[in-house]
Design a protein around this ligand. Structure first.
Ligand SMILES: [Fe+2]
Length: 316
């Protein structure tokens, strides 16, 4: 029998209670963000999409930044997870100084090739002549979660790209956790998982233009749902690049539950897709995001990113 239009919204609500609470949470956050945005005095903050991302205007990162501007940039970062500055031209030492706003700068524990000469803290991620130096990154992941203390986040300064190709996608893992039903939140919150770098080494060492990786650190255990140390919000924390198994369940249960989580946590509803321009400086929060580099570019496109990384805490 045909359903009347008046019935449909009510039935939809009954069928998808979590979507309703998810949307209510989004509305609440959008309102909070809007109100917070009114208080920015030194920078202009423009949201790039509902899931994550904001463009910051009014700052020249090649110059020293005053304390009030730094505080506003940090607040915009925590509210939006990804912040993008356009049209920047940073010398290596200025990129390092900007990264230090967020935390102590650290080098990648395993990648050793293709750093900037004289600046080992700046890793060059590059696609040139069909070769991906230091990672292709077409896999959803958060960086270096095989470490006991994964990074807080990274700064990417785009030095070469063909605009419209090789975008980076960021998936908001606060939203991914909040969109779960209450029973599944209870199931995963408190569960732990194992993470290791074996897949990274295999991928790296299958590409003969990368510096080969030898020994990798032993696996580590992290929570499946972590609490962000600065915002206090909970975020899903598994990723298919480094998470190898859930602990405390059978191998079959682990596989099926992880497959579910990997499909869930990268839903388009949670994703901001950054379209790169030369001169972009993007800082992303590795504690509450996954990211993925889209492989849609021609063979001869040159893409070059200068990456610096701020160190993070042990997840809890
Ligand atoms: Fe990455």
């Amino acid at each position: 029998m045909a359903q009347s239009a008046a019935e449909m919204p009510e039935r939809a609500n009954q069928t998808h209670p979590t979507n309703q609470s998810h949307l209510a949470n989004q509305t609440q956050r959008a309102n909070q963000s809007h109100r917070a945005g009114e208080t920015y005095r030194r920078i202009a903050v423009t949201k790039l999409c509902g899931a994550a991302g904001a463009e910051i205007d009014g700052v020249d990162l090649s110059q020293a930044i005053d304390a009030e501007t730094v505080a506003e940039i940090r607040r915009a970062f925590l509210e939006n997870c990804v912040i993008a500055f356009r049209g920047q031209d940073l010398a290596p030492e200025r990129q390092i100084a900007f990264t230090e706003i967020f935390g102590k700068v650290e080098q990648h524990p395993l990648y050793r090739g293709n750093a900037i000469e004289g600046f080992p803290d700046i890793l060059v991620l590059e696609h040139k002549a069909g070769q991906f130096i230091n990672g292709k990154n077409d896999i959803w992941h958060s960086d270096i979660t095989f470490s006991e203390t994964p990074p807080l986040g990274s700064v990417l300064h785009c030095r070469a790209v063909w605009e419209g190709y090789a975008d980076t996608m960021f998936a908001n893992q606060y939203l991914a956790f909040e969109a779960l039903s209450e029973p599944l939140k209870r199931l995963f919150d408190g569960m732990t998982a194992e993470y290791d770098a074996a897949l990274l080494r295999t991928l790296n060492n299958s590409q003969n233009y990368n510096a080969p990786m030898g020994a990798i650190p032993p696996p580590v255990v992290h929570p499946v749902v972590r609490t962000h140390p600065e915002t206090g919000r909970k975020a899903l924390f598994v990723n298919c690049a480094y998470t190898t198994r859930l602990l405390g369940v059978t191998a079959e249960e682990s596989k099926r539950l992880l497959d579910f989580l990997y499909a869930h946590c990268t839903r388009p509803d949670f994703v901001y897709r950054h379209r790169w321009r030369v001169g972009d400086v993007v800082m992303f929060d590795n504690r509450c995001l996954l990211h993925y580099v889209v492989q849609d570019h021609p063979f001869d496109m040159h893409r070059r990113m200068h990456r610096t990384t701020a160190s993070g805490d042990r997840p809890f």
